[in-house]
Structures are given as C-alpha cells and as structure tokens.
Design a binder for this molecule. Structure first.
Ligand SMILES: [Zn+2]
Length: 454
C-alpha cells in the first residue's frame, strides 16, 4: 500500500512573495519562502552544469565492467563528498561483461554501398571472415512472429519499423521491441544475423546502440543497428525489387562478469531521519557514448537537487535525502536489482522515490502514484512546482527503469516529465555530447527535482 506523504509535505501558508523570481521560472514564486529561495538559487546556479561537464570531460564513456565504469565510481564518490553529503558509500554489484569489437556492413548488390552500423549490446559474432547473404525486410516483431519457422534460414533479417516523434515515451516504447526482442525472434526463424533501423528520430547519420535480449538456452547471434539514413537507403534498394545481398562482419566478446558498484550519498534528516527520499540516476553509459544526456545530466541533477534541498534550511533537510547512482542500468538493470535486493527490508522507510533518466530537458509535467490516496499531498507538491511551469498530469507515476524493482513493493513514486523533443537524436550514440545539453534547461530541471526532494 502507498504510504501517506502528507506529513512530509506540510508547510505553513505564507503570502506570495513580491520579490522577483529567477529567470527560467514560469510564474509567481511558491508560497513557502524556503522553497522560493531554493528555486531561485537553482535557477541561477551552475553546479549541475559543472558536474555534468566534469563527468563527460574527466570520465566519458562508462559502460559496465570497463575502466570508465571504475573511474566513474571514483568520480561519483568524490562528487558526493564535495557536495557535502554526510555519508558516502559504495555497494558492490556484479555486472555482465560484454566487449565490443568490429562491426561493418556493406551492400554488395544491386548497388554496392558501405553502411553506418553499430553492434547492439549483447550481440554475438559472425563466423571468421564474416557472412554474405540476402536481406529480407520485416517491419516489426509482430510481423516476424507471423513468419513460418525457418522462413529466414540463411538470410539476414532487416527490421525497419521507424520510431515516431511524440511528446511522451510511447514513440520509443512502440519502436524499441525491434531492438530488445527482434534479433532473438529473427534468430528463432532461422536468420543468420539481424540488422535493425536505429530506434531514433531525426536524419543524423549516427547508429544508435542499446541492449538486445536472447531467449533462454540460445546463443547470441550477430546483430547491429543501422543509422536512420542508411536504413532508409537499404529500404529503398529492397523496395526496388531486386535481391539485395550484404556482407557483415560483427565481432564481440561475452567475457563473463565483473564487479561494479552502486554509489550512494546521504544527507541525514533533522526532523524525521527515518523517512528517506530516494533520488535515483544511473551512473553508467553505453560504451560508445560520452553519456552527457544519458545519463550525465541525471547524475548531476540528482546530486545538486539533493544538495539544494539539504541546504535550503540552515538546520539541514527535514527528511533523509539519499542519492543512489546505480551501476549498469543500460545492460540489465544490475545496480537497481542489487539495491532492491539488499534494501528490501527498508522499503517501508522510503517516503518518496524519483528517478532522472530522460536527458537534460526542462521539466513540464508531474506524475505521482498516490494521488487517489493522498490528493492533498500531490496538490501541495504541484503548487510548489507550478511557479517552474510544471503541471500535475493525470495518469500514474511509474518511476524509471531503475525504480522498476522497487515500484512493485509499494514505494510512493514521483515522476517529472521532461521536454525530450531532441533526446532521441543522440540517445545511445557517439553524439551524446555536452554540446547538446542546454544549461538553462538543466537549471530548471534541477530546481524542479530539488522541490520534489524538499
Ligand atoms: Zn539512460
């Protein structure tokens, strides 16, 4: 059952302040002066930007089990200490180790072209020397499932479903099965290898990686994503009707397991230390990606939001604020699962959990999973966020991927919906760089998460 948030969110009604509110705000200041001052500080602050800059510059790619992963553990511990957290510690997490090798793809006939590809995380390898085979285009996983057994024997499957640009997550959610499940289904239908159209928007010529899962008892097949324009080109050659032959060389290594870590920092609550607000962001990135938006912005925002909420009053935060920077979200949610298992007995102390993993856009929507039980608490939180242009939405908060192991345990969840119009242009690519992060948007999102934490 969802616990009440009411005691945590009570505040004295104070007249709306007449002092000017910070740039980036959308309305009058909140009626609590402590929150108003904290939001002003966030909207003028540079610390979130400095943190993401430091992470991208000093660490960069930090895929599970790599040297970058280890460096980012040390980076996160240092960042939390420098932000003044009372306690900083790590908890070990076992992660799968997958090492990327070569990936090349060329059309041999009817019109020879070299294509931009990247292997999907978890991909197997082609035999030595690669493979040459005819390509069969299949729209999506449903169309694959409808094929008779053996229909793709000796062929390369090409899954071509485009991702639609929408304001919410549904465009991604509808397209992502071609990456997560498509290659396994194609292998079951006999395919030698699978190419997918990148799960992405926009015309940029960067292929987007991401995790693919194999069915129990099967060995991983070679599988890679094509950049969107290259997927379009392959589609046009196939649509012209002549057989299309391709040559693929894809080499990767499944190299057992490694030890990584969740990095955790805590500000102890002054009034109710036994009540924990959990702020989650994944610390890892894909191996090819600098991980500025996925998820450097999330890591930086959660550290700074907790610091702002903890220092809004000289006496410290009312409740305990815990920042959890997880290991290996991208390739199997290892850190989130380990945390939920290790802390299962304490979930009753979590009065609120929230996650940042949507890039560095502005916050515009608030969702909670306790509106029905506690309309007053959600209304009070919405009122505090309204000056930032964040509005309460209908629908239920679900938490992000890293909250999925905790969500079924009845933890109160708060989601902030971020502007993500351009996020899926760079998601899981070499182009996920600092240059795509907008500092003013980052300040606004930091103000919003600090308000949730307060
Ligand atoms: Zn992410």
């Amino acid at each position: 059952m969802t616990r009440s948030l009411r005691p945590a969110l009570c505040f004295a009604a104070v007249a709306v302040l007449s002092i000017p509110f910070g740039a980036g705000a959308a309305g009058p200041a909140p009626s609590d002066p402590e929150v108003a001052a904290m939001q002003r500080q966030a909207l003028a602050g540079e610390r979130t930007w400095q943190l993401v800059t430091s992470l991208v510059t000093e660490v960069g790619p930090r895929f599970a089990g790599t040297p970058g992963d280890a460096q980012s553990i040390a980076w996160a511990e240092r960042a939390l200490r420098e932000a003044g957290f009372d306690r900083v510690w790590t908890e070990p997490v076992t992660v799968p180790r997958w090492i990327r090798g070569t990936a090349t793809a060329e059309i041999l006939a009817p019109h020879a072209r070299r294509l931009e590809v990247v292997a999907l995380g978890g991909s197997g390898s082609t035999p030595p020397g690669g493979i040459e085979a005819e390509v069969v285009e299949v729209f999506d996983v449903e169309a694959l499932e409808a094929l008779p057994e053996g229909a793709l024997a000796g062929r390369i499957a090409f899954l071509s479903r485009p991702m639609e640009q929408r304001a919410d997550w549904t465009g991604y959610g509808e397209a992502v099965p071609i990456r997560s499940r498509g290659p396994a289904v194609a292998a079951r239908k006999g395919a030698l290898a699978t190419l997918i159209r990148s799960v992405a928007i926009g015309p940029d010529r960067f292929p987007h990686t991401g995790a693919t899962r194999w069915e129990e008892g099967t060995s991983p097949a070679p599988t890679a994503a094509l950049a969107v324009p290259d997927a379009e080109l392959l589609h046009r050659q196939l649509a012209a009707g002549a057989p299309v032959r391709m040559r693929l060389v894809i080499e990767n290594e499944h190299a057992g397991e490694a030890v990584s870590a969740n990095v955790i920092g805590e500000f102890r609550g002054r009034e109710r230390p036994g009540e924990v607000v959990l702020l989650v962001a994944h610390r890892d990135s894909w191996d090819i990606a600098p991980g500025a938006q996925d998820n450097g912005t999330g890591v930086a925002t959660m550290i700074e939001a907790a610091r702002l909420a903890a220092t809004a009053s000289r006496q410290g935060p009312r409740r305990t604020l815990r920042v959890l920077l997880t290991a290996n979200e991208e390739f199997g949610l290892s850190g989130a699962r380990a945390y939920a298992a290790a802390h299962a007995a304490e979930t009753g102390s979590i009065v609120l959990a929230t996650e940042s993993d949507q890039g560095g856009g502005r916050a515009h929507g608030l969702l909670v999973n306790f509106a029905a039980e506690d309309a007053a608490a959600s209304g009070e939180l919405a009122a505090l966020l309204a000056p930032l242009g964040v509005a309460l939405r209908s629908g239920e908060a679900g938490g992000g991927a890293d909250l999925s192991p905790l969500a079924p345990l009845g933890v109160p969840l708060v989601d902030l919906d971020l502007e993500r119009a351009r996020y899926f242009e760079v998601h899981h690519t070499i182009n996920d760089t600092l240059e795509r992060v907008v500092p003013a948007d980052l300040r606004q999102a930091t103000a919003a998460w600090a308000t949730v934490a307060w």
